[in-house]
Design a protein around this ligand. Structure first.
Ligand SMILES: Nc1nc2c(ncn2[C@@H]2O[C@H](COP(=O)(O)OP(=O)(O)OP(=O)(O)O)[C@@H](O)[C@H]2O)c(=O)[nH]1
Ligand SMILES: [Mg+2]
Length: 270
């Protein structure tokens, strides 16, 4: 009799344990299924870079089983949009927004961020000219999980990061801008002008709502927005490669003026 009770009790406990396991497995499966990445890329006359960039992003994300969409905000009048339209026919995960006249990097990002799909849980921004290596994307996710951060900045200036073949004048401009932003804002991020970043959906929505500046200064503005809204920011090292095809769209004086207005605006506002 006693033995029978023990057997029933043992059976019930085992059933309970199996049920707990099934609930746990279902939960972790639904977390995986629910995760979706929106890659937002601004491209202005990048016809020789866009195909290899797209293929490399798709390859690495598929390999890592990360569900995604790529939102390209294309401007200019070269073949970039035609190449992407053709690509989109074989891969509908590409979303294209096109405007022939360039309206500036900040405006392009605003458009891209406003168009991410409802289910997206994470947003990645990067350049279209292969400055940023798509194969490094998994390390952003790894850092976000490990450090429990809201924003991961791909950094050229922390240990392990590099700026190979970066011309001297570009190094000077980048260091100068970083030092100025450091002095004026005190943000504890080493590479404040890096546009290679991973945001949680919440942080990206905050940026989309508040971004205001139209040009290259938006890269620092986006960082200021997340910092001022108390999102946790951390950095991962990246290998920044100098562009091989096409020309730089950064206009030094225009961008310098943009930064000046950005600082005035933010100091008046906060
Ligand atoms: N849609 C759109 N994209 C832009 C605009 N200006 C720049 N971009 C894109 O923004 C990214 C950064 O511009 P880059 O010209 O590479 O600037 P940079 O990295 O400082 O300069 P490089 O030294 O040439 O790499 C690239 O993907 C450009 O195609 C714009 O007005 N509209
Ligand atoms: Mg570039």
């Amino acid at each position: 009799m006693c033995l029978r009770y023990i057997a029933i009790l043992y059976f019930l406990e085992t059933a309970l344990w199996i049920e707990k396991c099934i609930i746990f497995l279902n939960k972790s499966r639904s977390v995986c299924i629910k995760m979706k990445l929106s890659v937002v890329i601004a491209a202005y006359n990048e016809e020789y870079n866009i195909e290899p960039l797209t293929s490399r992003i798709i390859r690495i994300l598929d390999l890592n089983k990360i569900p995604f969409e790529i939102i390209y905000v294309v401007e200019g009048n070269d073949r970039t949009i035609d190449i992407l339209r053709r690509y989109q026919q074989k891969d509908p995960r590409l979303k294209l927004i096109y405007h022939s006249v360039p309206l500036g990097l900040g405006n392009a990002f605003k458009k891209g961020l406003m168009n991410i799909s409802k289910e997206s849980t994470h947003v990645l921004t990067m350049d279209a000219d292969l400055n940023h290596q798509p194969e490094e994307i998994p390390s952003f996710f790894e850092a976000m999980g490990r450090k429990n951060a809201d924003v991961i900045v791909g950094s050229r200036y922390i240990q392990g990061g590099s700026i190979n073949q970066f011309p001297f004048y570009k190094r000077v401009i980048s260091k100068f801008t970083n030092t100025m932003v450091d002095l004026l804002t005190g943000i504890r991020v080493k590479d404040k002008t890096s546009n290679y970043r991973l945001y949680t959906r919440k942080a990206a929505d905050c940026v989309a709502k508040k971004i205001f500046f139209p040009g290259f200064e938006c890269v620092v503005e986006m960082l200021l927005i997340v910092a001022r809204n108390n999102f946790k920011i951390t950095e991962v090292p990246i290998q920044f490669k100098w562009r091989v095809h096409g020309t730089s769209k950064l206009k030094i004086f225009k961008t310098g003026k943009g930064y000046m207005w950005l600082f005035i605006h933010y100091f008046l506002k906060f």
